[in-house]
Each structure stands twice: as structure tokens, then as C-alpha cells.
Design a protein around this ligand. Sequence first.
Ligand code: FAD
Length: 73
Amino acid sequence: MNEWERAGELPRDLHDKAGQWVCDQALQLHGGLGYMRGAEVERQYRDQKILAIGGGTTEILTGLAAGRLGFST
Ligand SMILES: Cc1cc2nc3c(=O)[nH]c(=O)nc-3n(C[C@H](O)[C@H](O)[C@H](O)COP(=O)(O)OP(=O)(O)OC[C@H]3O[C@@H](n4cnc5c(N)ncnc54)[C@H](O)[C@@H]3O)c2cc1C
């Protein structure tokens, strides 16, 4: 892993949480319609979740980043 990839672990958690917050707000704004399967906002809500799972979960990447900064996890 190069230094650019290592640096990318740090903002991942913030990026994931921001995406979750935006999609949660969008779904809430649309009310019951946003919750319906097939609605664009429902798809976005589901799709953003994979950003926190795929390619290493947020918890694992945060743990790795913390370790590199000298914190024990
Ligand atoms: C739609 C989709 C597409 C995918 N595409 C790919 C792909 O193209 N290539 C690829 O390689 N993989 C892919 N994956 C797999 C993905 O990388 C794994 O699902 C992911 O790494 C999590 O592994 P797991 O599902 O075994 O969960 P687990 O490892 O069982 O984790 C379950 C939960 O426990 C937490 N956890 C586990 N260990 C710790 C720990 N030590 N400390 C704190 N929390 C912990 C995790 O953060 C997670 O929240 C994909 C998954 C999905 C759902």
C-alpha cells in the first residue's frame, strides 16, 4: 500500500458518515414514498451503505489508520 492509499483511509469514515446522513435526510424528506422499493432515493440509501462495507469496512480501515497513528485498537 502506498502513502496515497494509506492517506485515503483517514477520510473514509467521514465520507461514509456524510453519505449516510445525506441519504437518510433525502429518504426522510420523501416520507413513505422514499421508502418504497424502486424509488430512486431508496436505491441511493441502499447503495451508499456498500461504501462502508466494500473494500474494507469502515471499522477495519479506521482501526488500521489508528494503528498507523500509534493508537492501539
Ligand atoms: C455488494 C458487495 C460487493 C462486494 N464487492 C467486493 C469486491 O469487488 N471485492 C472484494 O474483495 N470484496 C467485495 N465485497 C466483500 C466485502 O469487501 C466484505 O463484505 C467486507 O470486507 C466485509 O467482510 P464480511 O462481509 O466478511 O464481514 P465481517 O468481516 O464479518 O464484518 C462484519 C462486521 O463486523 C465488523 N468487524 C469485523 N472485524 C472487526 C474488527 N476487528 N474490529 C471492528 N469491527 C470489526 C465489520 O466492520 C463489519 O461491520 C463485496 C461485498 C458486497 C456486499
